[in-house]
Design a protein around this ligand. Sequence first.
Ligand code: AMP
Ligand code: MG
Length: 404
Amino acid sequence: MRTNLSVEEALALVLAEARGELGVEEVPLREAYGRVLAEDLASRVDHPDQDDTAVDGYACREEDTWGASGDNPVRLRVIGESPAGRPFAGRVGKGEAVAVYTGAPIPPGANAVVRVEDTRREGEDVLLFAPASPKDIRPKGDDLKRGEVYLRRGDLLTPGRLGLAAAMGYPRLKVFRRPRVGILSTGDEVVEPGEPLPFGGVYNSNAYSLLGLVLEAGGEPVLLGKVADRPEEVLARLEAAGPLDLLLTSGGVSMGEYDVVRKVLEERGEVVFWKVKQQPGGPLLLARLGGLPVLGLPGNPVSSMVTFFLYGRPFLFRLLGRTDPPYRPLKARALTPFKGAKGKKVFRRGVLSFEEELVVRTTGNQSSGVLRSMAFGNALVVLPPDRDAREGEVVEVIPLTFVL
Ligand code: AMP
Ligand code: MG
């Protein structure tokens, strides 16, 4: 077992556990949001499938309209119309125009469009107060070219990409199975919300903040409830968990006499590492139980969330083969001081906003028992070991809102 690792060493070991491939399933588009694509998608169509108009107006021959202006309008004869989806059957000849509406094909013979606001209809004729231009014609394949790959295996299906898959003509998509992530809370004092809270008790918040984080990362949470600090109980519940791709435990990995998760994993599994030089989340543990990777998260509500975010989330991204990075660090100016720690990389909770530049303020009380910092903070402020940040200094921040 390795111990006292740097954050980078610990992350590398966690990612190394993300072996093997998740199965693939096919889902209809309406169920594909937030899933990860398991195939490359080449467009089945050109879009537009022929030259079409980007504006409402009149399609005609550009050369017939040269010099048209407010003082010197050009008169064309309107020979028909082409609403979107109903192409004009004929051909545009010299001195002629066809009324076209956004998305309608440009009729043969026409090579330019004049916008309706630059025209006036006079019976069978139209007066143009500006020359027609080819600029408002969208060429065939302007958006999508048939056969070209626009979405790839590993791409997260965001709203825009779902639309893109539909535009390319796919009704169903192959996506990776969601990794099943077990969530087990430990602690004699931990009580499910809704039950009466005994003296010294604490409601099981970790299970639900982790549930949210697992869903957000594309996993399928499997709530395994809570067990008391007794090795037999922990073991029995783990053995009954069913097939999982990752197991999260919370609590029981510190130095104390009752920290049974660590003991159970040492005896029954194989501990890869225990303790990372970071705050919060220092007692983090990585183990294997049979073939199952186990992240032993510390019980403090902030610690369990931050360690899942820093290690569990990248693990799931790796397992899913996601092409987007699990987080994207930014630089922001600290508008409040942030306290570092000796020999540890520190992740403070802050509120990031843009006020002429990116700025970040502390959420207040930074104790790892204060869950409100994770509920109302939107960024982690990263401090290297032995470094405080003074007010006005530029610091590294990792946004907790997950924007592509
Ligand atoms: P531990 O890591 O077991 O030493 O727990 C550290 C702190 O986190 C203690 O104050 C626990 O009461 C608290 N804690 C442990 N598990 C949970 C949980 N599931 N929900 C909320 N707080 C917890
Ligand atoms: Mg405990």
